[in-house]
Design a protein around this ligand. Structure first.
Ligand SMILES: [Zn+2]
Length: 310
């Protein structure tokens, strides 16, 4: 079977082929893709964590099922051999450092995230909300110490797991200064997680204290309730909607197309997206100007009906 290093959440190993032969068990289905791989180049074995991928024509990774398997790495043949082999192995090892998991937290299809650096043994929990124990357990299982509990914004369905998560880990809260956290995150503030660097963007609109979190190396954008797949966060008046428009335009300007988008709720046709895909398909990002955006917001129910959206 031919497996590929998946474009693992925007990492630079995109498309590098690697041949992987299962040592036993059922043959992997064609939809299985490598999610995480731990390589021992010396003995050329690897523990590979696969995930099922439902292809949507845009090459997006949909986290559905994960399973682990020990495989033997086969050297590339022919012209590909040479340094390619080492480069692939190196890319795989570099890739190992990243831990990024989208976790269904309950509530109203809430998503939270575990983001960590395996090498440094450090991680942060983002909006553990309804399932703090599950988030902490997931970090523990992977040998990661939680350095911060982060909130994207102050709405209770994102903050309600804070106390429990902090109690279990001893980690402080990091959030917009309005939440009075132990670690205030102002716009532009960097938050270091091992070798990862999260940049905080203050993106008000849905909520005045809203942050988006951007990991630059792997190009992961956690958007909370500002930007959903195919939708945007709710606002209660025109002023907030205008503010939200400005925040969305900021993402469009500052975040590269290939960045993957990780929202705070599973409201779209898929659980994650990319900036390019949202720019091309999200009706709210396709608006020509703020007036069109306001118009779409006020007529959203009709628009959804007309376009067969849920
Ligand atoms: Zn919210």
């Amino acid at each position: 079977m031919i497996a590929r290093f998946e474009r693992l959440f925007g990492d630079g190993v995109t498309g590098q082929p690697i041949r992987i032969r299962p040592l036993g068990g059922e043959p992997p289905r064609p939809s299985l893709r490598v999610r995480r791989i731990e390589i021992d180049p010396g003995v050329r074995r690897a523990k590979v964590e696969f995930q099922d991928v439902a292809f949507d024509g845009n090459g997006l990774v949909l986290v559905v099922i994960r399973r682990e398997r020990v495989v033997r790495l086969e050297r590339p043949t022919g012209k590909e051999q040479n340094a390619n082999d080492d480069r692939i192995a190196h890319a795989g090892i570099m890739n190992l450092s990243l831990v990024f998991e989208q976790i269904r937290a309950g509530g109203d299809r809430n998503f939270g995230y575990l983001l960590g650096d395996r090498t440094a043994g450090q991680a942060v929990l983002i909006d553990p909300s309804y399932s703090p124990d599950a988030f902490v357990e997931r970090a523990r299982e992977q040998g990661l110490a939680v350095s911060h509990v982060i909130n994207t914004h102050s709405h209770p369905d994102h903050t309600n797991g804070n106390e429990r998560a902090m109690g279990l880990t001893g980690a402080p809260l990091a959030a917009h200064p309005a939440l009075r956290p132990a670690v205030p995150l102002n716009d532009g503030a960097p938050l270091i997680v091992g070798n990862l660097r999260l940049r905080c963007l203050h993106v008000p609109g849905h909520c005045s204290d809203h942050l988006a979190l951007y990991e630059e190396t792997h190009r992961l954008l956690v958007t909370g309730d500002l930007l959903f797949v195919g939708k945007v966060g709710g606002t209660s008046n025109d002023a907030d909607a205008r503010t939200e428009w400005n925040s969305l335009q900021r993402l469009v300007r500052e975040i590269p197309d290939e960045a993957t988008v990780w929202p705070g709720h599973d409201y779209g046709v898929r659980p994650s997206s990319t900036m390019a895909l949202e720019k091309a398909t999200n009706p709210f990002l396709l608006c020509a100007n703020v007036e069109a955006f306001l118009q779409l917001k006020s007529s959203w129910a009709t628009f959804k009906k007309d376009h067969g959206l849920k």
